[in-house]
Design a protein. Structure first.
Length: 172
């Protein structure tokens, strides 16, 4: 059976359109995944095996990669995840370098519509080491096409374990 949530790509008002959810809800049969670790200081432009998720980092973000809907990083260490399908949920493992007190490194998760407008921003201060972060849109009206994971500090080490659940997904 195919469940389809119709998505309107019209103007999205800035609101609390995204909320935290359980990372464990991302299952292989319902998600697209990006394998490997991504470091914000490296220039990168990689895709998931199925081509649905694209990650851009380093100077590719800072220089306004023409394929990127997110044009600036505001001097922050950042990795941008782009989705070829409307996303209603995303999971990301975030690694913070050792050497700072736990829960002291600010990490922002900024969600964008396909025109590059901000839908929502979630501010977090994860524990040192690797933590699992997951977010879902409150409704399909807040479906997102990109997520920027960024920090104003050098303590954001990498992201990994990325999964994305499209707003239209097959279920049994």
């Amino acid at each position: 059976m195919l469940l389809s949530f119709g998505v309107s790509w019209g103007s999205v008002a800035l609101a609390d359109g995204v909320r935290e959810t359980n990372y464990q809800q991302g299952r292989l049969e319902t998600t697209h995944t990006l394998i490997g670790s991504l470091r914000p200081e490296h220039s990168l432009d990689v895709r998931s095996r199925d081509g649905v998720i694209r990650a851009v980092g380093g100077s590719d973000v800072a220089e306004g990669n023409p394929l990127s809907i997110v044009k600036e990083t505001d001097g922050r260490r950042a990795i941008v995840l782009h989705f070829d399908k409307a996303a209603c949920a995303v999971g990301i493992q975030v690694s913070i370098k050792w050497g700072q007190p736990s829960n002291s490194v600010p990490i922002d998760f900024e969600f964008f519509d396909r025109d590059g407008r901000t839908i929502d921003v979630q501010h977090r201060w994860p524990a040192i080491g690797t933590t699992r972060q997951a977010y879902q849109s409150e409704s399909v009206s807040y479906a997102f096409s990109a997520v920027r994971v960024s920090s104003p500090t050098e303590w954001l080490e990498r992201i990994s374990g990325v999964w994305m659940m499209p707003c239209s997904m097959a279920v049994s």
